[in-house]
Design a protein around this ligand. Sequence first.
Ligand code: SF4
Length: 458
Amino acid sequence: MSQIHEECGVFGVFGVEGAAGIVRTGLTFLQHRGQEGCGIAWCGPDGEIVLKRDLGLVSGVFPEDGYACGDGLHAIGHVRYGTSGGGGIDNVQPFLFRSRRGDYATAHNGNIVNARELADALSERGVLFHCSSDSEVLGALLGDALPSGGRISVKLLSHCLNLIDGAFAFLVLTRDALYACRDKYGLRPLSIGRLGRGYVVGSETCALYAAGASSVRDVRPGEVVRISADGLESSFYSSCTRCAMCAMEYIYFARPDSDIEGVNVHAFRKESGKILFRESPCRADIVVGVPDSGLSAAIGYSEASGIPLEMALVKNAYIARTFIQPTQEMRVSGVRMKLSPVKSLIRGRRLVVIDDSIVRGTTSRQLIHMLRDAGASEIHVRIPSPPLKNPCYYGVDISSREELISAGMDVDGVCRFIGADSLAFISEEGLMEAGGRTDMCMACFNRRYPTDIYSHGT
Ligand code: SF4
């Protein structure tokens, strides 16, 4: 039910027949990460890189019976959610850069926090930008740094990546290699799989598996992996690496059938539900998970508490996500459009409701009104994420503190606002324990940003 959103997903194939079609499959399984637009860049038999991109869903831009991607063994693709840099076709990736030294295409998930500073410096040197997305900066840096007669290489990429700060999973396609790069903090996920005699790489393992690939490993923080006819070649552009995976990937964005850095997302959420019960138990008759991302934690809460889990909320799969609706008024009515209460399960019962997070509070308030209307005698809300209090600068559209109810109210205040009988959030320690992790970005909860935030802080 959350109204926050990831901004993108990337997928690439190297050395497999019909690469563009495989990328299409991968993007379909990453569609939850972005629905505004999508694109595929593929390398034709003559070495020329061809780009097709448009606004819309993967199934619309690349319809199965009509999409015309040429032959080729290598391709990259992208699904976009349109916040950073605004909407429009120009910001839909991949970006294709034509150069006398060879074409290359880039696809990016995340956000570059010093993009403005880098773009200003490049503009002063005469470099032209074609869109308002921060993601264009890497391609522009590469073009600017390419020596006469030179080609994209690990060394050149490492030089450019060291100039960039922020969150990124970058794919760079040239005629003879696919480069997979991850930021040195490890904020955004990126995994490599094996498919036939070639390789695939993508934001989530669920897309790798859907393409028929087997998992090889994650790209490591600060690493550039060059995938070519010679196989995988690893190199690190930075010795300063962390393992600060975005906590919201586990809590909300990623699909439950994905594994991130060795931890299955469903298993993480289920464990967080168990820990949530240990930290904030309550007496109730049934546990109710809010579909979809509250369900795994609800299973964990039910198992740990012995309170039966019931499917007391049914999701209408054909209604768009509430956050896509632009106005507050439309958002409110969207809750009832999206979920239906099962009155016979709810009437006269004490509920523990598990939702992934509370953003503005309006969605939770509507949900609780709806459950009271359905006859619930008590409603206790448990949230398997800490209170959201700060903006995200790494590619997630949590843009201002004013939009976050927990930034301006304590837990009791939020509880009163949403109309629950009790409310509790998991602790940061509990969340870390759920994934067996020692490091994770939780800046939107605790304001400890792993990077400098440059002009965003002003
Ligand atoms: S600030 Fe929050 S949403 Fe942004 S990367 Fe960190 S954990 Fe994820």
